[in-house]
Design a protein. Structure first.
Length: 193
């Protein structure tokens, strides 16, 4: 698959028919490690979670996060409880038939965290090239700390993202995008191209 095709095709998939194979996971992780990193620090560590008990616990932490601390972009706590419960259950169910890869930085320095995002994007594009779907699953606040403890991370490490991936069980809806070049400026902000 051509790189530009993978970029265009990538969508968040939250429902899976089956997990990725072990070989697919290895290729996806290796693709992540080929990302550039500040001063070649290569801060990445990965935890493949295939123990059903741990997977369920990570899913439960995500459920509690979605229920009690939803992002303000979707209404935060002003969103009705029934809507938060629906969204939280939907997010939790995504873990059932997915492979789970926890993407961890072995440093908490900002340059390491920036490098991790490059690694993560490589992994999502590799998943698309494998014919798989992926979901970017982030944690914050106390729920992040709970997930880090569950995964046994030392204090020097930080959980950046939990990637769910597998064979898609749904066809993603077209993504609404800002008009091309509406975000492009020349020399100074506000000078449109």
């Amino acid at each position: 698959m051509d790189l530009y095709e993978a970029i265009e095709k990538r969508r968040s998939i939250r429902k899976f028919r089956r997990p990725a194979t072990e070989e697919q996971l290895k290729r996806i992780i290796i693709a992540g490690t080929r990302a550039p990193s500040g001063v070649n620090m290569q801060p990445w560590e990965f935890i493949v979670v295939d123990d059903p008990k741990i997977k369920d616990q990570v899913a439960e932490i995500k459920y509690q996060l979605a229920l009690t601390n939803p992002p303000p972009e979707i209404g935060g706590l002003s969103q009705p409880l029934s809507e938060r419960e629906k969204r939280a259950s939907w997010q939790k169910s995504g873990f059932q038939k997915a492979s789970v890869i926890c993407q961890v930085s072995n440093r908490r320095h900002w340059a390491a965290l920036g490098s991790m995002w490059l690694c993560i994007e490589n992994m999502y594009l590799a998943a698309v090239a494998e014919g798989l779907g992926g979901w970017f699953c982030s944690f914050w606040g106390e729920h992040l700390s709970q997930a880090e403890r569950l995964l046994g991370l030392p204090r020097s490490h930080k959980l950046i993202n939990v990637m769910l991936c597998g064979v898609p069980a749904e066809e993603p809806l077209p993504k609404e995008m800002r008009p091309e070049f509406s975000w492009l400026h020349r020399n100074r902000y506000g000078t449109r191209v």
